[in-house]
Ligand binder design. Sequence first.
Ligand code: GLY
Length: 364
Amino acid sequence: MTPVPRTIRVDAASRTYDVVVGSDILDGLGTRLPSACEADAAFVVTDSNVSPLYLRRTIDALEAGGLRTSSLTIPAGESHKRLDTFGSILEAMAEASLTRDSVVVALGGGVVGDMAGFAAATYMRGIKVVQVPTTLLAMVDSSVGGKTAIDLDAGKNLVGAFLQPSLVIADVETLRSLDPTVFADGLGEVIKHAVLADRDLFDSLSRTPLTKDTDAKTLIDVVARNVAIKRDVVNADEREQGIRQTLNLGHTIGHAIEAAAGFELGHGHCVAAGLCCVTRATEALGWTTKGTAKAVERLVAQQGLPTDSNIPHDQLVSFATHDKKRHGDSVNLVVVHDIGRCDVRRVTLSDFARIVELGCGVNA
Ligand code: GLY
């Protein structure tokens, strides 16, 4: 029996919208979209991996809902999340005669969601976007909360905008077609959310690891719990002035690993390693309950993700100090006190170097 979809309502300062998480709900997109946002035309942006799998079904679903639909397939991969691809999306939108009454549909993983979202945020000074995430990472993180961006030579996500979607449709059946490494990448963000705010989820994942073949009911439950955690944070702080910074748990060191590794390692893999590194260090400093780092490492390893990095410390510190999350000569570090309990602490760059020293390369 197909499990009942779950709906999580996000009530951000700039927009209220639903995130629907279900099994085999992609074909219902054209039915759900009109009640979420008025539009006469849809423009689907997808990538070369997702297009052969789900583009036709998505177009059919939108047309069945009465929307004139056109599409663009961009090359897959983070290396294409750049100004030139962004420009080609905007040109294609203009060629398709999109107006302010049109909606962009982002069909794919985090790269597609970020770029299509940013194109929607800027085309004609902003039109609506609907997110249809097809990776675990996009379902539990990037499709929710309104961050959109592209990369520059100088760094990842350096240009972007906040644009909350009008609707998010997460069909967990699309996870079945993922390469296991891509699925595991999303688990990095799932573990991050569990460590931040959900000890039950942490314990249940520790007992039963999640895979792309997990039953639909459990996948829906896990994705919905993650969306609810993110929703609570985004509702309180849409623009990352305060509590939203906690969503960067594991990211200061994780982004540094990602950049130092030339973006060869997936974002969620780097976040998982960053989470283990920072937790080992803060436990050694007495800021974290004893035993937490081991428990986090165990779960991260069990889910097939790295628990450490052998990148030289000076490189990690240098990349972290060039991150956009730096504030003058300090960085805001998310500190785990215990599973489910974290907060943000401002540390100087020299304290941060000490944290890297204590936490990174220990088990690598
Ligand atoms: N991925 C972190 C955030 O959306 O704030």
